[in-house]
Design a protein around this ligand. Sequence first.
Ligand SMILES: [Fe+2]
Length: 407
Amino acid sequence: MTLKAVTAPRDKTPLSAPDALARLRDVRARTEALAAPLSAEDMVVQSMPDVSPTKWHLGHTTWFFETFLLKAFDKTYSEFDPAFCYLFNSYYDAVGERHPRPKRGLLTRPALDRVMAYRAEVSDAIAGLLKAAEGGKDWADITRLLSLGCHHEEQHQELLLADIKHVLYQNPLRPAYAQKPADPVRKTQKLSWMAYPEGVREIGHGGRGFAFDSEGPRHKVYVGAFQLASRPVSNSEYLEFIEDGGYRRPEFWLSDAWAHICDEGKCQPLYWEKRDGEWREFLMQGEHPLNPGAPVCHLSYYEADAYARWAGARLPTEAELEVMAVATKATAGEVWEWTSSAYSPYPGFKPAAGAVGEYNGKFMVGQMVLRSGSGATPPGHWRPTYRNFFYPPSAWQFTGLRLAREP
Ligand SMILES: [Fe+2]
């Protein structure tokens, strides 16, 4: 997908200036901590058009605050560098021309130091704005956009991790991002089925606390009786699909999916390799033997759908996963779970006014919704109404699946 679409916030309670500043500082520091294990060289590489270099994420998240907060509300603010709007605008047509996405990896300049100076200056300018504007006529709008900027930057924190994993994987040394041991070996847990009765359900964000605009309006949907697996599909289960010829049997694949895996010569998930008879997987901790009980990750929608058909089940809808998340008081999961739901507007959806309205609405074609959150989702960022979305062939995000079936 394009760089993660963020959108209009629904936070109705303005923060105090000290709380708003603390939130900003926390989010900005977390992004920098995620970049800290990387070298300046690591941070420039773009391994495919979908991937953005770390340095670009650092600049773009800053540009977002500069454009939508400082330039909009701080009359005394003067732009850090007029060239940066062209370099770090992701997809906002209303803001102007921009550097082509597939060429972000060619930005050897500005150097990392200058991007970090940009980050510091913009954060400090926001601190000044918050102090000066608290309680004034723009305060509700300022805190709303600050909140949006923080949630936007959190989305980029997960993208940054998925992107750098793809970058490091291209290196034959298979360097680890995280200098810590891989998770202990897990056995696949017994799967049970959770049954839900049919009924008219309410889904979508109801307006309390922050949500991106595409999570609402809250609305009623009829959901037939369904069953959901008690956990996502594991690596060992997905391996059974491969060993049963899953990638060679067109009967499991949608037409576009079959064409895609034939074109790519795909016969296993991204980051899986069989070497000397042993399946191995590239993780944030480098290359390790496949962990049988861990959730299968880095599946495309096409792969998730084919697996579900092979398993005699189906992908859940997003309404089903939201019903489950609410009923089980779920917290963020280990992998984003593909759903069979297209990323479309909920009834009554209206994009926000102005450039921020480009965040979600314009991406509502050809993409599929994922639910549940992943191990790379920042703490506190996920909610049961959260709608992530990617194109069906995309597999570089932390994406897996959970099975659904009729009773
Ligand atoms: Fe963005």
